[in-house]
Design a protein around this ligand. Structure first.
Ligand SMILES: CC(C)(COP(=O)(O)OP(=O)(O)OC[C@H]1O[C@@H](n2cnc3c(N)ncnc32)[C@H](O)[C@@H]1OP(=O)(O)O)[C@@H](O)C(=O)NCCC(=O)NCCS
Length: 175
């Protein structure tokens, strides 16, 4: 059974393998941690930063809560929730980020992660969430629309990894 849990050292090896799979397959729609940075000390070293992100203590950034998706002992993917609609959230990263490790694609895990993640967003008091999806990302578009996402518009965006690209913006209503 899939569970969303807070980051935890017990799943470090799985997290690294998940990041490696996304990098090895050239997935640019969602960039996790560079696996080369993940060594034995990585979890403890980065914990203060993730704690600050969660508490909204990084100036100019929405509070950002990071979950890992696991099924028993297997690491499956991740889910990120940003609770405020900052400019960056509205025009680049959206309220929600999710990914499944490449070797687990197409097995329904993405659907389960998003379903559970929307419950978490509700529990944070959010009435709606914004998803920003690269126009070529057919899997994510399908997943979002399946979960009730309503297309608002398509905007032009730029980042170093993807260059200039078009982003479809979708709202999912939670209440
Ligand atoms: C998007 C992603 C999370 C989907 O995960 P997944 O576990 O494969 O998703 P599911 O198996 O639950 O499939 C969800 C729906 O998408 C469809 N789908 C999955 N891959 C697809 C593809 N390549 N093309 C078209 N539809 C696809 C499935 O058929 C399913 O729809 P259905 O229930 O009507 O059959 C996964 O592809 C991924 O991690 N991609 C890279 C990261 C990413 O793009 N994150 C989102 C950034 S906005």
């Amino acid at each position: 059974m899939l569970r969303l849990i807070k980051r935890c050292p017990a799943y470090m090896a799985g997290y690294k393998a998940y990041c490696q799979e996304l990098y090895d397959n050239g997935v640019l729609y969602f960039r996790p941690t560079d696996p080369r940075c993940i060594d034995d000390g990585w979890f403890e070293r980065t914990k203060p930063l993730y704690d600050k992100k969660e508490q909204g203590l990084i100036r100019g950034q929405s509070p950002s809560i990071h979950y890992w998706a696991v099924d028993g002992e297997r690491f499956i993917g991740e889910f990120q929730l940003r609770t405020q609609f900052t400019d960056k959230v509205m025009t680049e990263i959206g309220s929600i980020g999710y990914a499944v490790r490449v070797t687990e694609w197409g097995k329904g895990y993405g659907t389960q992660i998003l379903q559970s993640g929307l419950e978490i967003a509700k529990a944070y008091g959010m009435e709606r969430v914004l998803l920003t999806i690269h126009e070529n990302n057919v899997a994510s578009i399908r997943l979002c629309e399946k979960m009730g996402g309503k297309w608002q518009d398509t905007i032009q965006a730029y980042n170093d990894v993807e260059g200039h690209h078009s982003l479809r913006r979708y709202w999912i209503m939670l209440s």
